[in-house]
Design a protein around this ligand. Structure first.
Ligand SMILES: NC(=O)c1ccc[n+]([C@@H]2O[C@H](COP(=O)([O-])OP(=O)(O)OC[C@H]3O[C@@H](n4cnc5c(N)ncnc54)[C@H](O)[C@@H]3O)[C@@H](O)[C@H]2O)c1
Length: 333
């Protein structure tokens, strides 16, 4: 079975490519390298012994996207490609709408033209907006608090409309919670350009001495230690959620799953665990709450467990150890 992985040189896409290749799938990667590097293909080869076929293309462009389908018989697509920084999406909303939505529409049109109607889309817990309670189930009301989140919600809607109009489409919308950590080899991991937006890459840079200290946004939330609580999921567990989804793509229609652990950790719990597991210091300072941040967000992952037979296996220690392992490996090079 041949799977096109868009955004496959990126963080989650590269981990998913590894897990797919290790299970005998043929993987083709398409990426414009706007937030990743071609060297990831060599790292995937080091881990799996297979270097995936690669198309350096921008998925907003129809012709190069068509070429992939003309040159290969693609059975299913996992669509990771997209811009993902919440803060940047406020500064450049048009870029986010054009990139994320146009690429998703072009991809779906080209897929349909070539009779490939199995699609898995990277959505996000951000589509739950400010949830009224936790844990969050798939049937909670949807809303967004930033342009990035709106692109995810709009693409969910577009893909749902496609499946309504054409009963051959088989579409899975995976709503990720907070992926962190890296592959156990230390060869692939999260590699953000510039100052990171997310907690774990920031912690790693502070521990490595590249950034002076971590800013913890608010310690007066209604949570056990006052800092924000999120559902952190090991990126390898998340990758395996995609493998489970591919294996269960039998029924046409739209299938929606939360991919999270069902357990929340606070910012300070993550900092403490990281320091303890890795024997390093992460200096931090408490600052004001960040506008738009919610106190608590964690998944109800029961649907993925019962319907996909998938659940997370790796804990917070693995997440912290592997994130640092990847960083130390990079520093050595
Ligand atoms: N990392 C997270 O915390 C998180 C949480 C929820 C959802 N997601 C979603 O999961 C997906 C993957 O996230 P990630 O963390 O691996 O991000 P990433 O930036 O590491 O990977 C995305 C990849 O897509 C590529 N890309 C972007 N626009 C493209 C285009 N027009 N054409 C071709 N390639 C393009 C980038 O170069 C990058 O390699 C994204 O859609 C993201 O929104 C991520």
């Amino acid at each position: 079975m041949t799977i096109l992985v868009t955004g496959g040189t990126g963080y989650i896409g590269s981990h998913t490519a590894v897990e797919l290749i290790e299970r005998g799938y043929e993987v083709i990667i398409a990426d414009n390298l706007s937030n990743s590097s071609e060297s990831v293909l060599d790292r995937i080869e080091e881990i799996t012994g297979v270097k995936p076929k690669f198309y350096l293309i921008d998925l907003t462009e129809r012709e190069p996207t068509e070429k992939i389908f003309e040159e290969n018989k693609i059975d299913a697509v996992i669509h990771f490609a997209g811009l993902k920084a919440v803060g940047e999406s406020w500064q450049k909303p048009a870029l986010y709408y054009r990139n994320n939505i146009t690429s998703s529409v072009v991809l779906a049109e080209v897929m349909a033209e070539h009779g490939c109607k199995k699609l898995i889309f990277s959505s996000s817990a951000t589509v739950y907006g400010e949830p009224k309670s936790v844990p969050i189930s798939e049937d909670f009301p949807l809303s967004t608090t930033n342009p990035y989140g709106t692109t995810k919600l709009m693409i969910e809607k577009i893909y749902t409309d496609l499946a309504t109009s054409d009963k051959e489409w088989n579409i899975t919308l995976l709503r990720y919670f907070n992926p962190i950590g890296a592959h156990k080899s230390g060869l692939i991991g999260e590699n953000p350009n510039g100052i990171p937006n997310n907690l774990m890459p920031y912690i790693v840079k502070v521990a490595a001495g590249e950034l002076y200290q971590l800013s913890v946004f608010g310690n007066d939330y209604p949570t056990p230690d006052g800092t924000g609580v999120r559902d952190y999921i090991h990126v390898t567990d998340l990758a395996l959620g995609h493998v489970a989804s591919i294996e269960k793509m039998t029924e046409p229609g739209v299938h929606i799953f939360n991919l999270g652990t069902g357990k929340g950790y606070s910012v300070l719990e993550i900092v403490n665990a990281f320091e303890k597991v890795n024997g390093v210091k992460v200096p931090y300072v408490i600052t004001a709450r960040r506008p738009g941040d919610i106190p608590m967000c964690y998944a109800n992952p029961d649907k993925a467990k019962s319907e996909l037979g998938w659940e997370t296996k790796l804990g917070l220690e693995d997440m912290c150890r592997s994130a640092w392992g990847y960083a130390v490996n990079k520093l050595k090079k």
